[in-house]
Design a protein around this ligand. Structure first.
Ligand code: 5AD
Ligand code: SF4
Length: 473
């Protein structure tokens, strides 16, 4: 038997890239590849790239520079290392990568991962291979399902792509160009995937898509199912303790989704609903297709359905033409909504997007200053939200052993990391935890069953703080 070939894959950007990386690993497992954490050992290195902001795509070229050295060194030792660039930079700048980065053998766009085995063969025979077509057939029909060992190794929480691409064309955003038109997977395929994951121990599913609540996949009855309908079906699958979805667009919040939050205990009361700006003038220039009031109304509908619901959002500061008054409207919206957390970014012009041609640019100094003001406000809301957990007993889904010996870490409904001292048996269980304190972004507590006992120990401060990657909408 041939020894296994080694694959090193590095993902940047959003949740969908994390998921895509796993599917590439699954595909290449069929070709005898096993994953390695060590780039020097790899026979194939894949950079799974992000093009959303300029900084994200610049990283690719500097990483490719470093990889060239590693590849040359491997060649000196008589070993061939292939380098592939996947993801959204591959889609947007395929030819440019081939021209600028001689170390690259393969360029593969996000819709073509299932062709990786052929592309590898082509690179071997022709030297280099590029594929960035948007194929008519859905790549998911060709990607092999993850193997049971891979599912178990990836832990108790899993992403499942239900929808990909976007038809919204926000004027700042590359997603409609890099991921293509909006496509929803048939509901039966999603149900099968989730069932399979549940069968192998997965307890939490996050449905992902650039515009996930635009989901309109074909249902088993032949009608188009909404995200709310899909969630209702998935909630019936035994073993699935928690359902989430990301990333949503305010325009696509429909009654079925609101009712799913009202009715499904397993659907977590934490919604990432990007608004980008609080100014109607800027929202219109962004082609968001909603006003600040539309957004407020969407939030109110969620809150009416489930009172413990919390929100996060994305914001862009310094969009071309943004005045101090526009920016204050954003601050006012944040103050009014009250977020559990949010991501904010300086506007970054992306080649080929309509906003990149707008001339009224906001100066770098103004952008910096606005970003600081917005982030201070968001941080204060996040701290208040986290502090409010102290003294409460909340459900935690335990995920893994923490770095601190004896501690197990899980997440609350709001994705806050929570640490307790306990045995590893609790991994995979949802248990009530009495929260005692907050250390940066992590909660520390005791299993509620132990909290009554005066002798129970308190965990030491956690070392790690993690944050969930997101995408789109
Ligand atoms: N500049 C800055 N931020 C951007 N985002 C998307 N495109 C840009 C851009 N050109 C942000 C949006 C989106 C998140 C994933 O990234 O806030 O919701
Ligand atoms: Fe689509 Fe979201 Fe990008 Fe707008 S920001 S084009 S909704 S992915």
């Amino acid at each position: 038997m041939k020894p296994p070939r080694k694959l090193h894959i590095k993902s940047y950007g959003c949740q969908m890239n994390v998921y895509d990386a796993q599917r590439m690993v699954d595909t290449l497992a069929g070709e005898g590849f096993v994953e390695t954490a060590n780039v020097e050992d790899a026979d194939l290195v894949i950079l799974n790239t992000c093009h959303i902001r300029e900084k994200a795509s610049e990283k690719v070229y500097s990483e490719l520079g470093r990889l060239r050295v590693v590849k040359d060194e491997a060649a000196r030792r008589g070993r061939l290392m292939n380098v592939a660039v996947a993801g959204c930079v591959a889609q947007a700048e395929g030819q440019e990568i081939i021209r600028r980065a001689p170390a690259v053998d393969i360029v593969v766009g996000p819709q073509s991962y299932h062709h990786l085995p052929e592309l590898l063969a082509r690179a071997k025979s022709d030297g280099r291979a590029l594929e960035t077509e948007f194929p008519v057939r859905d790549k998911f029909e060709f990607l092999p399902p993850p193997r049971p060992e891979a599912i178990r190794a990836r832990g108790i929480s899993s992403f499942v792509t239900v929808q990909e691409g976007c038809d919204k064309f926000c004027t700042f955003c590359v997603v409609p160009y890099t991921r293509g038109a909006e496509v929803s997977r048939p509901a039966v395929k999603v149900v099968d995937d989730v069932q399979r994951l549940a069968d192998h121990g997965v307890r939490e599913i996050t449905l992902i898509g650039q515009n996930v609540n635009a989901y309109h996949g074909e249902g088993p009855d032949g009608t188009a199912w909404s995200l709310g309908t899909l969630l209702r079906r998935l909630a019936e699958i035994p073993g699935i303790a928690r359902l989430r979805y990301s990333t949503s667009h305010p325009r696509d919040v429909d009654t079925t989704l609101i009712e799913a939050h009202r009715d499904l205990a397993t659907l977590m009361p934490f919604v990432h609903l990007p608004v980008q700006s609080g100014s109607d003038r800027i929202l219109s220039a962004m082609n968001r297709k909603h006003t600040a009031d539309d957004y407020r109304r969407a939030i109110d509908r969620f809150r009416a359905a489930r009172q413990d619901i919390a929100f996060s959002s994305d914001f862009i500061v310094g969009f071309p033409g943004e005045s101090e008054e526009d920016f204050r409207a954003t601050l006012a919206l944040v103050t009014q909504i009250g977020y559990a957390g949010a991501y904010s970014f300086k506007y970054s012009p992306r080649p080929g997007t309509p906003a990149a041609d707008i001339r009224e640019i906001v100066s770098a100094a103004e952008m910096d200053e606005r970003l600081v003001r917005l982030q201070e406000l968001i941080d204060s809301q996040q701290s208040a939200f986290n502090k409010a957990m102290i003294g409460k007993t909340v459900d935690v889904l335990f995920e893994r052993a923490a770095r601190n010996p004896g501690q197990i870490v899980g997440r609350t409904a709001y994705l806050q990391p929570a640490h307790v001292l306990a045995s590893a048996d609790i991994i995979g269980q949802v248990l009530p935890v009495r929260i005692d304190s907050l250390e940066r972004y992590s909660l520390l507590g005791e299993l509620a069953s132990l909290a009554q006992s005066a002798t129970s120990q308190k965990p030491a401060s956690p070392i790690t703080v993690s944050s969930a990657p997101r995408m789109g909408a």
